[in-house]
Design a protein around this ligand. Structure first.
Ligand code: 5AD
Ligand code: SF4
Length: 487
């Protein structure tokens, strides 16, 4: 665990500290007493189950939640028949919410059979007042609810719930603080996400993120570097710098620094071999960043650059602040500077007012840019966003038909462009044993394309040279090649 602290040294009979993160470590020590008590009564430790919905930011948040629960002595399980079940929710599209309600219904049935079970919800969905109201009304068996801004308070809120009988609901509207040095447990020993900023100031007209994650706040570069150094010392070779819009990193700090400068500093950390980042907003992508990426040996040749729409008219209504032509020119500039780069994107179909002509503009950009892959989404109306009250919402059947056409086009272009390294030898970071065949290993190229090859699990976490013998539409099949000395 990162930032491990000895809970034995904490005096739980003293007053609770007011400073963070000391306060949370104090409540962890208190919760641990409950765990010991549970063990004395039941002859086993309480177990917990967590489920993460949504993006990489949520995945990283969940690693911190897991560290708190493991830190107090609970045992992680992959079954929902647990003593403590925690969902870290997403609300970016309506579907994400519906999935949570569906799962909660099933949890309610389990809790009837096992009334001692504790159910907790946190994350983006909880930042919506209507959601919390509905939970109180229709799912009164939920024990603990907290939001994105006070996610660091898990230990304190859990203790509050354990020492009372009523549900605990604590959701903050916003925050300007960033709590550093909380414990964190990584899912993979060799790679890790690193938050560099929180929140978003862009207010794309369809998007709920700025409302549920709050205003943009950047971490101090020294804190980020210290975290990366710690990770490297702990055996991490690949890091993913995380933010809703990494290209505007550092602009609001007391001593402003650009994202490109931050990358230059991160690059110097010994032991780190690959640096990734996500997500880039096209409007803020600087020439300085392209130059730093081009010169770097560690920054992976991959850019996730959400297009959202190829129609300048729709882009304006989306408040994206670039045109179709500007996006195409940017993609061209990046590819010219870094020819091996892989470009991936997000596209929304069926934004209010989208006509067939607008949609064809999107198809046109997909063809022109040649994305390695794209996430395609059906527009989802989010209450409270400007787009939700726009006229001309597009009928469902029209959207579905466009979505299918786009998906086909995206897959066809992806299959054409992302196999360009076939019959070459490339470096692969080995991530896991193949899901379907345990004689095969699965890893990723620097540009993020997946590679499967025969190997053993001792290779996990290592970067090896693999000959890419065959391209299968969106992944390679390969074989270990001759390795260079001194890796
Ligand atoms: N409807 C559909 N897709 C959305 N996204 C964000 N908000 C919505 C919405 N209301 C997509 C965008 C973004 C990705 C993370 O989710 O494409 O880049
Ligand atoms: Fe949402 Fe736009 Fe911010 Fe991305 S940049 S999180 S799409 S508002």
């Amino acid at each position: 665990m990162e930032n491990e602290i000895n809970l034995d040294k904490i005096d739980i009979n003293a007053e609770s500290p007011t400073e963070e993160p000391a306060r949370q470590y104090y409540f962890m020590a208190k919760c641990r007493e409950w765990v010991f008590e549970f063990e004395r009564k039941n002859g086993r430790r309480p177990c917990f189950f967590t489920q993460t919905f949504g993006c990489q930011m949520n995945a990283r948040d969940s690693e911190k939640l897991v560290a708190v629960l493991s830190g107090i002595g609970m045992v992680e399980t992959d079954s929902e028949d647990a003593d403590f079940v925690l969902y870290n929710t997403c609300t970016v599209r309506e579907n994400a919410n519906l999935r949570v309600y569906g799962r909660l219904g099933q949890l309610g049935v389990k809790k009837k059979k096992n009334p001692g079970m504790l159910i907790a919800l946190c994350g983006c969905m909880m930042q919506e007042k209507e959601v919390v109201d509905k939970l109180k009304r229709s799912y009164p068996f939920v024990d603990l609810i907290f939001g994105t801004h006070n996610i660091f308070q898990l230990a304190e809120l859990l203790y509050l719930r354990l020492s009372g009988k009523k549900p605990v609901i604590e959701v903050w509207d916003g925050t300007d603080k960033i709590v550093e040095n909380l414990p964190s447990e990584r899912k993979y020993p060799f790679k890790s996400g690193v938050n560099i900023m929180f929140g978003c100031n862009n207010f794309c007209s369809y998007c709920i993120v700025p409302y549920v994650r709050g205003r943009e706040r950047s971490r101090q570069p020294e804190e980020i570097i210290r975290e990366v150094e710690r990770l490297a010392a702990d055996g991490v070779v690949e890091i993913m710098l995380l933010g809703q819009n990494v290209n505007s990193y550092g602009k609001t700090l007391m001593h402003p620094i650009s994202f490109a400068e931050l990358l230059t500093q991160v690059e110097k950390v010994e032991g780190i071999k690959r640096i990734r980042f996500m997500t880039s907003h096209p409007k803020d992508l600087s020439d300085e960043l392209i130059a730093v990426m081009k010169a770097s040996k560690k920054i992976c040749p991959h850019l996730h650059l959400p297009l959202q729409s190829g129609s300048s008219r729709i882009l304006k209504a989306m408040n994206r602040k670039y045109t179709k032509e500007q996006y195409i020119a940017l993609a061209k500039k990046i590819k010219q500077a870094i020819p091996e780069i892989s470009l991936t994107t997000d596209i929304i179909v069926g934004f209010p007012g989208e006509t067939e002509e607008d949609f064809l503009e999107t198809m046109d950009v997909v063809g022109m840019v040649g994305f390695d892959s794209a996430f395609t989404f059906i527009y989802s109306k989010r209450t409270g966003t400007p787009a939700a009250v726009m006229e001309n919402q597009v009928p469902e059947d029209v959207v579905k038909e466009r979505f299918d056409r786009l998906l086909k086009k995206v897959q066809e272009t992806g299959a054409k462009v992302s196999g360009r390294q076939v019959h070459t030898v490339q470096e692969v970071l080995v991530e896991e044993v193949n899901d379907h065949d345990d004689r095969m290993m699965t890893g990723r190229l620097g540009n993020n394309t997946v590679v499967h090859f025969p190997g053993t699990k001792e290779l996990i976490g290592k970067i090896v040279r693999v000959s890419l013998d065959e391209f299968k539409g969106f992944y390679y099949l390969g074989n270990l090649a001759e390795q260079k000395k001194n890796r």
